[in-house]
Write a protein that binds this ligand. Structure first.
Ligand SMILES: Cc1cc2nc3c(=O)[nH]c(=O)nc-3n(C[C@H](O)[C@H](O)[C@H](O)COP(=O)(O)OP(=O)(O)OC[C@H]3O[C@@H](n4cnc5c(N)ncnc54)[C@H](O)[C@@H]3O)c2cc1C
Length: 358
């Protein structure tokens, strides 16, 4: 059988790319080594249109958000399942300076549709420390990625389009018409390996800047929140008094082991948001496939155009991947241009340096 595409890796990036390839009428075989703590399986799955402490709009959010919303809604309808939860985010101010900083920016028309209200004061709450007020951010929410990935995997398996195995590079053959691998042939192979992509022999020249994240599930008796709370960490209501809290960032130690330091850091930050006692029910760890310039990595290999990469989603994969997958497919199939910020060509000098060293 000759496939149009082999996709290696079925985290968020590979899964979404595969959905859009199939939608474009392409035949796809997915190869994925199951990984219980892949970034996609531990992520909180948040979508937040407002980035960081500086109150900037998240990069290209006006383009990413409509594409993400319609993609996850379409998937929910297709699988008769709920995994996309739209919830306002209450960003609590930590200091009067932060309040002032926001007030200086709040009149900008670009915020229209994203900020519902600025509260300089919120009513006293029995559950939440909200004395300095906060911003109510619209169009936020989260995607429960595990159920989405499991449904897709099941669907692909039922059609014989999914192999649960580690990709063996020694079996890959590049041929003029594409690639051969394990008894099959394909026009293209696209690597969506997340953090493991940093070791991919075709793309190890790309400047990944991997970072480890840890996250907690907690139980807060009798507290059912309507918002996602954010102050240094996110507290995401999952229902039935369960919350997911995250996340930590660690660039120095990428060992995928749970740490007491991360748990304590998250617990302290939750105590700064919640007034009530809580119980930690689970802790997770994963490695984010982030990049030096904090932008994704997409494109075909400079010398082997039958080999591509779709990776580098960093901490915003849920928001970015649906639009970027469509752009990548259009780039391959119709030769449309990629945004220069995401195209791996921006690092061509690193590739040339790597080949001149060998
Ligand atoms: C703690 C934490 C919290 C996060 N929170 C958020 C959030 O709230 N919102 C958000 O948007 N993002 C968040 N992220 C980031 C998000 O998880 C990533 O951007 C995204 O999941 C990356 O998806 P991926 O498919 O590229 O990689 P992964 O999820 O790592 O998937 C890669 C897959 O490829 C497989 N694979 C790799 N190499 C091979 C091989 N050689 N052969 C076969 N299979 C292979 C792996 O087993 C895995 O299944 C978070 C990440 C972490 C760690």
């Amino acid at each position: 059988m000759i496939y149009d595409y082999l996709v290696v890796g079925h985290g968020l990036a590979g899964a979404i790319l595969t959905c859009f390839l199939e939608k474009a009428g392409k035949t796809v075989l997915v190869i994925d080594a199951p990984k219980e703590n892949s970034a996609s399986r531990v992520a909180a799955g948040l979508i937040n249109p407002v980035a960081g402490k500086r109150f900037a709009k998240s990069w290209q959010v006006d383009s990413f958000l409509p594409a993400a919303t319609s993609f996850y809604q379409e998937m929910e309808a297709r699988y008769h399942a709920e995994f996309f939860y739209r919830k306002p985010i209450l960003k609590l101010f930590s200091t009067p300076e932060e309040q002032n900083n926001w007030m200086g920016k709040s009149t900008d028309a670009a915020w229209e549709g994203y900020i519902e209200t600025t509260h300089l004061q919120l009513p006293t709450s029995e559950y939440v420390h909200q004395e300095l007020g906060g911003l109510l951010i619209q169009q936020g929410g989260y995607v429960a990625l595990r159920p989405f990935l499991d449904l897709r995997e099941e669907d692909l398996k039922s059609r014989g389009a999914f192999r649960s195995e580690a990709f063996d590079f020694s079996q890959l053959q590049l041929v003029p018409e594409g690639v051969k691998y394990g008894g099959v042939q394909a026009r293209k192979i696209i690597f969506c390996e997340g953090a493991q992509g940093a070791q991919n022999p075709f793309f190890s020249w790309l400047p990944f800047s991997l970072n480890k994240g840890e996250i907690l599930d907690i139980n807060v008796p009798d507290f059912e929140a309507t918002y996602i709370y954010n102050k240094a960490v996110y507290v995401v209501p999952l229902g039935q008094y369960q919350y997911r809290v995250g996340a930590t960032y660690n660039w120095r130690n990428l060992e995928e082991a749970l740490t007491i330091e991360a748990r304590e850091e998250l617990e302290t930050k939750v105590q700064d948001i919640l007034k009530k006692p809580f119980e930690v029910t689970k802790q997770y760890v994963g490695v984010r496939p982030a990049v030096r310039d904090r932008k994704p990595l997409m494109g075909l290999h400079p010398q082997n155009p039958q080999v591509g990469i779709f990776n580098g989603m960093g901490s915003k994969g849920v928001l970015m991947a649906p639009l970027l997958a469509q752009q990548f497919i259009a780039h391959i199939e119709q030769e449309t241009a990629l945004w220069p910020e995401v195209n791996i060509v921006r690092y061509l000098s690193l590739y040339l340096a790597s080949t001149s060293n060998t």
